[in-house]
Design a protein around this ligand. Structure first.
Ligand code: TRP
Length: 451
């Protein structure tokens, strides 16, 4: 069967940036920053992105482009003996499972974004009943959460069903420039409001008292989640990449775009929080800044309301930004199980999309209706434990199982100048020893293995 491919470097960059730039950038990054010492968190995050996340990203992209295969097939192709073949199954299927777990809770949050997107529409048309319904979901009353989760899952499936070039690439190339435009317009507007400068200060002036193991841990988790690492998303996108491209350069552009948009989103969210304060909304709870869902679903909507009729436009733009960011990320998660089903079982793309999509939606529904006990658990298991662990697994495959000459030739394919680059002098050794060791060390910390 003919495999799909991205039609251009730009198409790949938009798709991969679309995967990386998501609620992780526009929601988690600014709220984590607000909670943990402003600029200090930003600094640690930047350092970790280039020290650990970029090398791990390169591991996935190289494996993908070399093997031109889904995540399970790719690791299997690299395996050299019975032991590494078993490891390939473990890490590969672990990736498929974790990507599906991430999508199952991500789609719920994305559903909230869709429902809030419709609030200004309900306001303009005077449908007050609809407005109350749109914002009235809760763990005790999850009906509308389920409804919008299902709509979001359907949108994701529609794009993935259309394939690489006509689905992923086409929609990412449309949506990503709109995302950037919305983000910049919103920043300009918020910066002109009273209170914005105070927020800018909190964001950018580091408070080094906060730096400690916890901050480092959450910054590492943030860096991995933000670059979509550890589940084979980037591996699969790399497998649709032509062999003409300079991989280290593409990977570096991708990391820069991701970090750049996270940083820029901070320029929107944190000042907006302080604009809300200036407009009379409480932004502290128990002595620290309100973060997480309350920030996005309560503080900001109150701010939009206080702005009068232009607030409806601003609110619409904001939740459109969030929904777009979520959609270009969720398609990259669904592609992991879909590409596996297609290549392993010879299914058609539509069939594979229906099967993977409905299984994941069923799991999402389970979470929605048992929100209090399942949501945090699934999110933590997948992002705090499985992602870094599998990320270390990809690095180990590159460093220890893949023959080094073949690795070097594969990266340099299409870009011979890479052979003499600084990247090539450092990375192969780095990814073999440092990456897995550091990832496992941080993980051991999380599990409190050192007491
Ligand atoms: N990176 C995305 C974000 O920042 C989320 C994401 C997409 C993701 N694909 C992933 C996270 C794969 C982990 C694994 O929101």
């Amino acid at each position: 069967m003919q495999r799909g491919q991205f039609s251009s470097r730009f198409g790949f960059l938009m798709a991969a940036a679309g995967s990386a730039v998501g609620l992780g950038n526009i929601w988690s990054f600014p709220t984590n920053t607000a909670e943990s010492g402003g600029g200090a968190f930003v600094l640690v995050y930047l350092v970790l992105t280039f020290l650990l996340a970029y090398p791990a990203l390169m591991a996935e992209l190289t494996i993908g482009r070399h093997t031109q295969s889904n995540v399970v097939g790719a690791l299997d192709k690299l395996a050299t003996g019975p032991f590494s073949r078993i490891a390939a199954k473990f890490v590969g299927l672990g990736g498929v499972l974790t990507a599906s777990m991430i999508l199952s809770f991500y789609a719920i949050v994305a559903g909230w974004m869709l429902s809030y997107l419709l609030v200004p529409v309900a306001q303009v048309t005077g449908a007050t009943g609809a407005e109350a319904w749109l914002t009235g979901g809760s763990p005790a009353n999850p009906g509308n959460w389920w409804f919008f989760t299902a709509i979001f899952a359907a949108l994701t499936m529609m794009i993935i069903g259309k394939g690489i070039e006509n689905g992923i690439e086409k929609w990412s190339s449309r949506l990503m420039p709109s995302l950037l435009g919305l983000l910049i317009a919103l920043i300009i507007y918020v910066m002109m409001q009273p209170g914005a400068m105070k927020g800018l200060q909190v964001y950018l002036v580091p408070n080094f008292d906060h730096i400690g193991p916890n901050l480092i841990l959450s910054a590492l988790g943030q860096a991995f989640f933000s670059l979509s690492l550890g589940v084979g998303t980037m591996l699969v996108y790399g497998s649709y990449l032509s062999k003409q491209e300079n991989l280290p350069k593409l990977g570096a552009s991708l990391a820069l775009i991701d970090v750049g948009i996270a940083f820029t989103a901070g320029l929107l969210i944190i000042p907006a929080l302080f604009v809300a304060e200036a407009a009379g909304t409480e932004i502290y709870a128990d002595g620290s800044l309100i973060a997480g869902p309350d920030l996005i679903l309560q503080v900001l909507p109150k701010l939009f309301e206080s702005m009068g009729s232009i607030g409806m436009l601003v609110s619409f733009a904001f939740f459109a930004l969030m929904s777009i960011a979520a959609l270009t990320s969720s398609i990259s998660m669904l592609e992991v199980p879909v590409s596996y089903l297609i290549e392993r079982f010879g299914l058609s793309r539509n069939r594979a999309t229906q099967i993977a999509g409905s299984l994941i939606l069923a799991f999402s529904s389970l979470i929605v209706f048992n929100f209090a006990s399942l949501f945090g658990l699934v999110a933590d298991l997948a992002t705090v434990y499985f992602e870094p662990l599998l990320g270390a697994g990809f690095c180990i495959f590159v460093g220890w199982i893949w023959n080094r000459n073949s690795l070097i030739n594969s990266i340099a394919e299409g870009a011979p100048e890479v052979k003499d680059s600084l990247f090539m002098k450092i990375w192969p050794t780095y990814v073999k020893f440092f990456c897995p060791a550091l990832i496992l060390l941080v993980l051991a910390q999380t599990l409190n293995l050192f007491g």
